[in-house]
Design a protein around this ligand. Sequence first.
Ligand code: ADP
Length: 503
Amino acid sequence: MAELLGSIDQGTTSSRFMVFNPAGEEIAKAQMEHDQILPRQGWVEHNPEEIISNTEKVIEEALKSAGLEGKDLVAIGITNQRETTLLWERATGKPVCNALVWQDTRTDRIIAEIEGKEQSEIIRSKAGLPPATYFSGGKIRWILDKYPELESRAKKGEILFGNMDTWVIWNLTGGKNGGLHLTDITNASRTMLMNLETLAWDRELCDIFRIPMAMLPEIRPSSGSFGETLSSGPFQANLPIMGVLGDQQAATVGQACFAAGEAKNTYGTGNFMLSNTGSRIIPSRSGLLTTPCYQLSGKPAVYALEGSIAVTGSAVQWLRDQLGLISGAAEIESLANTVEDNGGVYFVPAFSGLFAPYWRSDARGAVVGLTRYANKGHLARATLEAICYQTKDVLGAMNKDSGIDLQIMKVDGGATVNNTLMQLQADILGVPVVRPLVTETTALGAAYAAGLASGVYTSPDDLKNNWKEDRLWEPVWSSDQREAGYSQWKKAVKRTLDWTNGN
Ligand code: ADP
């Protein structure tokens, strides 16, 4: 039998387990959604016990569906929603409370206290991140403030912190009976507590949030040993866990972006572009995040610049749910194709301000350039163009920060099924856009990390050959058309700024 690799993808809306053969082809898959717990405006929680139970179920189901057993796998990898924060008791495995999800904004006061102060600059320069509610450090502080009796126990290592990767590893390797308390550099980097250069927890950063270092997991390279699963667990075998990566970094590996200057862009609810910058840590002056991309055991870390856009696919959902212009997301393509161009209409979906590269919380959405001629087809087209223009803004920041011009854009994610969107993206960027055959790049990336550490692959070069093109779009717009469109977009963005006056 071929050497098979398993991959646990513990995502924001669901957990899935997939099995791949060495060619990167899918052999088995099972997926289960979990509850999104929304106790108040701005709060988003997950039940960690539900997540573990679902993870175990999808492992068993996927193996069964393909007639496989755990012992048929060489190794497994784990990828996960990043930043989502959990504290639990080492002796019992009981979570202190629900996990605080990355979208949760309850830590805004903790962050506001830091903003504009020296600590903010320390976080930027050491962790590569602007202080934000998005990251784990403030969330740990919030839980410790809410349950003050935990702090002294956290100092003794009785209360543990983990993101979802750490929680899954701890449970699979023994839980309260000696489970391993581990994470990888990509997950650790999203806490605001890890130093990008040393790839270790940083005392000064931990002091800013008053986080006891004894509660933090050990940080390891993304591709290497993370212990073995228990034979009494869902695999019914002692399987080595050999790869761990945060979801966006895993997708970058799954897309085989191993050389500096290679980038992938994931089109989901929002968009996340990561550009490999090799061994260089490039501080962003253009509104991007500096983040580790991956690290193979015994090798130096590879870094990336990341551009996060809040609203892309969710603008399509808005046309569907709020305006009722379409009944399903896929319909936007035919509606956009009822017109030849945007008819002069630009839509900036700054529903919750603008993220990368603007970071303007005072912006709000706008549709501009309307005339009596404009119809719903133009609005549909302007929505697709908005996804592409926001991507162009982020790519401009990438090129500026890295000094490397992107040659080709590799894409993945739910919205990349839209061929019209992909052609528009190539036209607006002036760079070819390419979609791979396997679009489950997140799970694939974690399997690759495990395969590299377990000897299924000898080097990332093996993986490059696995990457197969499904379709490529070449730009067809003239450069005059491209420049004219982009300058209108920039004007439209200006119209959205300074709208809420900081409220
Ligand atoms: P996530 O991982 O963030 O949940 P997915 O990768 O599953 O997202 O992609 C879902 C998003 O893609 C939704 O916001 C949806 O509106 C958008 N989407 C799905 N199909 C299309 C389509 N044909 N054209 C444009 N957007 C689409």
